[in-house]
Design a binder for this molecule. Structure first.
Ligand code: NAP
Length: 433
C-alpha cells in the first residue's frame, strides 16, 4: 500500500488526491491534512462570496473526499502539531498544497499605517477566515484605494461597491455584510501601475462592474491605447479591454449613481500618508518602457482614502524545514520536487497565478512524478502512524463526516437569501461537530 499525505485541502490538494486515486487505484491511501477544521481552502475563504457558481466546484472535491481511500484530517497544523520530517518518515510522499495565503508587502513608506490592508486579510475577513475575523477594516471614510489590476482587485472593489440586496444568494459572512452596509461608500479607486493592455482582469469578472446597482465604473478615455492596437491582444484580454472602452463611453454619458469605481491607470503607489491612519495614497504617474514595464515620470498626485487594500499578489507561507524561495514567495522546487519524498503542487509550487482549474493538470503531473520517482511503495506506516502521533500529542483531528455536520449547521443558521452562515471561530466549528 502506498501512503500519500497532501497538506492543504484547497483545489490543488483535492486535485492531487483525485490524480493519485487515478494513478495508483486501490493501492493508495491519501490523507488530506488541513490546519482548519473545514475543508476546501481557497474555495471557502478566497473565492468571492457572490461567485457561488465558482464555489460549486467543491461538490466535485466532495466526491473525492467521500471515497474509501481518501481521508480529510482537519484541525492539524503541519510544522506545529506534526513536523515535515515526521510526515516524510510516515508517508511515501508528502505533497505541499498549501497555496499562497499571505500578502506580499507593498514596500512603500506608510504601509504600516492603520488602514493599509492586504487583500488576503480583507478577502479573508468578508469570507469568514478565522485568522481575519477581527480585522475591523476602517470603512468609515467611504473612500477606498485598491492597488492592483488583477481579478482580486476587482473582487475587492466589487464587494465594497455592492448593496446589501446584491449580496442575496452569496455566502458573505454576517459581520462583513453589516459593516459594508453601514459604510458611507462613495468612491473606490482601482490603482494600476501599468495600462489597460496590461491588466490581469478577466472579461466575465470585469463585465460585472458595469451592472452594479448603485456603482458605476469610470475609465478615462485618454488612458486607452488606440483601438486598432487591441487586435494584437489575446482574445480574453481583448474582451476585457472592450469592457474598459465601454466603461469609458458610459463614463461620459453622465449616468448618475452614488458610488464610483474609478480606474487610475499608469499610477504607481509611492507612499501612504495620514496622521496616525490612512488619509491618502500618493501615486506617481508612469509610462511604459519598451519591455512594457512601468517607469516613473516624477509627477505625483494624491488619492484621498481612508483605507488602502493592496491586491498585488500573494505568497506561500513558509513551513519549518522546507526550503523557501523568498524572492518568488513559494517553496523551492524543481517541477514540484522539493527533496526525496517531498513535493509541492499548485500555487505553493508555481506561485499565485491561473484559475482554479489550472491546478487540475498540476495535480496529475505530481501524481505522475511520484510514480516515476517511486515505482513501488516503501512499506511506510501512513495513517495509523499519523493517528498514533496525533493522539500522543492530544491533537483533535476533524474528519470529513465531522465537516458534514459543521456544513449542515452552517446551512441551518443561514440568514434569508444566503446558502449558509459560516462559523468564523475555530471553537464554533469544532463545537458544531
Ligand atoms: P494578479 O492577476 O497577478 O494581479 C496582481 C496585480 O498587482 C497586477 O496588476 C500587478 O501589476 C499588480 N502589482 C504587483 N505588485 C505591485 C506593486 N508593488 N505595486 C502596484 N501594483 C502591483 O494577481 P491577483 O489579482 O492576486 O490574482 C491571483 C490569481 O487568481 C490570478 O491568476 C487571478 O486571475 C486569479 N483569480 C481569479 C478570479 C476569478 O476567476 N474570478 C478571482 C480572483 C483571482 P503588474 O502587472 O504591473 O505586475
Amino acid at each position: 500500500m502506498r501512503h500519500i499525505a497532501v497538506i492543504g485541502s484547497g483545489p490543488a490538494g483535492y486535485y492531487t488526491a483525485e490524480a493519485c486515486q487515478k494513478q495508483f487505484g486501490d493501492d493508495v491511501r491519501v490523507d488530506i491534512i488541513d490546519r482548519l477544521p473545514v475543508p476546501f481552502g481557497l474555495i471557502r475563504t478566497g473565492v468571492a462570496p457572490d461567485h457561488q457558481s465558482i464555489k460549486a466546484v467543491s461538490r466535485r472535491y466532495e466526491q473525492v473526499a467521500l471515497s474509501d481511500n481518501v481521508r480529510f484530517v482537519g484541525n492539524v497544523t503541519v510544522g506545529q502539531d506534526v513536523s515535515i520530517e515526521e510526515l516524510v518518515d510516515l508517508y511515501d510522499a508528502v505533497v505541499l498544497a498549501t497555496g499562497a495565503p499571505a500578502d506580499r508587502p507593498l514596500g512603500i513608506p506608510g504601509e504600516d499605517l492603520p488602514g493599509v490592508i492586504g487583500s488576503a486579510a480583507f478577502v479573508g475577513w468578508y469570507n469568514g477566515h478565522p485568522d481575519f475575523v477581527d480585522l475591523d477594516p476602517p470603512l468609515g471614510s467611504g473612500e477606498f484605494a485598491v492597488i492592483g489590476n488583477g481579478n482580486v482587485a476587482l473582487d475587492v472593489a466589487r464587494i465594497l461597491a455592492k448593496t446589501v440586496a446584491e449580496f442575496d444568494g452569496s455566502d458573505i459572512v454576517g459581520h462583513a455584510l453589516d459593516a459594508l452596509n453601514a459604510a458611507p461608500t462613495r468612491h473606490i479607486t482601482i490603482v494600476g501601475r501599468r495600462g489597460p493592455h496590461q491588466i490581469g482582469m478577466t472579461p466575465k469578472e470585469l463585465g460585472e462592474l458595469g451592472h452594479l446597482e448603485r456603482a458605476r465604473p469610470v475609465v478615462e478615455a485618454d488612458d486607452l491605447p488606440p483601438e486598432d492596437a487591441d487586435a494584437a491582444l489575446d482574445p480574453g484580454l481583448r474582451k476585457s479591454v472592450t469592457h474598459l472602452r465601454n466603461f469609458a463611453v458610459a463614463s461620459g454619458n453622465g449616468i448618475d449613481k452614488p458610488v464610483t469605481v474609478s480606474f487610475d491607470f499608469f499610477a504607481r503607489p509611492v507612499a501612504v500618508e495620514g496622521d496616525g491612519k490612512v488619509e491618502r495614497l500618493i501615486v506617481e504617474r508612469t509610462k511604459l518602457d519598451d519591455m512594457g514595464a512601468a517607469i516613473g515620470t516624477g509627477e505625483t498626485y494624491a488619492i484621498p482614502c481612508g483605507m488602502v487594500v493592496a491586491a498585488i499578489g500573494y505568497k506561500t507561507t513558509p513551513i519549518p524545514g522546507v526550503p523557501y524561495d523568498d524572492k518568488l514567495g513559494r517553496f523551492t522546487n524543481e517541477e514540484g520536487r522539493i527533496s526525496p519524498g517531498l513535493y509541492a503542487v499548485g500555487w505553493a509550487r508555481r506561485g499565485p497565478t491561473g484559475t482554479i482549474g489550472t491546478n487540475r493538470p498540476d495535480g496529475f503531473l505530481i501524481a505522475e512524478t511520484i510514480a516515476a520517482d517511486q515505482p513501488a511503495a516503501a512499506g511506510k506506516q501512513g495513517r495509523p502512524g499519523l493517528d498514533a502521533l496525533l493522539a500522543s500529542r492530544d491533537v483533535d483531528p476533524v474528519t470529513f463526516r465531522d465537516w458534514q455536520k459543521i456544513d449542515q449547521a452552517e446551512i441551518g443558521r443561514a440568514r434569508s437569501g444566503s446558502p449558509r452562515e459560516k462559523f468564523v471561530a475555530v471553537s464554533d466549528m469544532l463545537g458544531a461537530r
